[in-house]
Design a protein around this ligand. Structure first.
Ligand SMILES: [Fe+2]
Ligand SMILES: [Fe+2]
Length: 267
């Protein structure tokens, strides 16, 4: 059994410090095995904002897979945006933009979907897909294979026209071939989950997508601040969305999924 904390869209610089403190307290209580952060650590990629993000992450004593988001590239400093877009990210968070983590039960790969040449959209390139293919095919079949990205592969039910990651369909065809089970992402500041197949009819194998809301920022989209706790035990996955009620994070009834021959089945 493995328990994963999935945070997204921290947006230091647009964060609410009381919620950040409450989040650290709540994470302590989860007995988790690892932390995933699916991008947008900062609001404007400033050094001071990355320093706050670094301090926050240092409080969480778990293996961490963190990827950048579009807000982690400078927006107004054109020289930095084009010449050194993720220098601050590398300096404060991780030199590696696409980290991996594996143990006896998990194989987790992060990818960077943030780009300097788009305002807020993201992209996954053929080169990145090939790296993922090599990584996942080298992992044992028994491991739960998880991709972490900032930009979403499926839209939320409330906005089916939401922009998805560019290159997503081509990536999914390779991800299904190399046995990827799960994609964790963010960007839209909405917590939702679902199978990729209804949105990508060319994909035949079930891959479950889990999106996290904004954990601690005031950039809410008609939803409370939230984060996800995933418990993966063999073929079963329980997803608990924990939301901020103004005083503390509280859990809703977990959603349970089971992997079967037909794919992920929601209980
Ligand atoms: Fe965001
Ligand atoms: Fe974003």
């Amino acid at each position: 059994m493995r328990r994963i904390i999935h945070l997204s869209d921290l947006h230091f610089g647009a964060d609410e410090p009381a919620i950040a403190e409450g989040l650290l307290r709540d994470i302590e209580r989860q007995s988790a095995h690892m932390l995933v952060v699916s991008g947008d650590l900062t609001q404007r990629a400033r050094s001071s904002q990355f320093a706050d993000a670094e301090r926050f992450l240092k409080h969480i004593a778990l293996p961490q897979i963190v990827v950048p988001g579009n807000h982690d590239i400078p927006l107004f400093n054109a020289i930095a945006r084009w010449l050194t877009p993720l220098d601050n990210y590398r300096r404060f968070i991780n030199r590696e933009l696409e980290p991996t983590f594996a143990d006896a039960e998990l194989a987790v790969a992060g990818i960077n979907t943030a780009r300097s040449n788009t305002w807020k959209d993201g992209r996954i390139s053929p080169h990145q897909v090939e790296r993922l293919r090599q990584y996942f095919t080298a992992q044992p079949d028994a491991a739960c294979k998880i991709l972490v990205a900032h930009h979403p592969f499926i839209p939320p039910a409330k906005d089916l026209s939401a922009a998805l990651v560019d290159g997503g369909p081509a990536a999914l065809r390779i991800l299904e071939a190399c046995g990827c089970h799960l994609i964790l992402a963010g960007h839209l500041h909405l917590a939702y989950s679902g199978d990729v197949r209804p949105h990508h009819i060319e994909v035949k194998r079930s891959i479950l997508v889990i999106q996290a809301g904004t954990a601690i920022s005031h950039r809410r989209r008609d939803e409370a601040n939230a984060y996800n706790v995933l418990t993966i035990d063999g073929p079963t996955l329980s997803l608990e969305v924990r939301t901020w009620n103004g005083h503390e994070f509280i859990g809703a009834t977990p959603k349970c999924f089971t992997q079967t021959e037909e794919g992920w089945i929601a209980q």
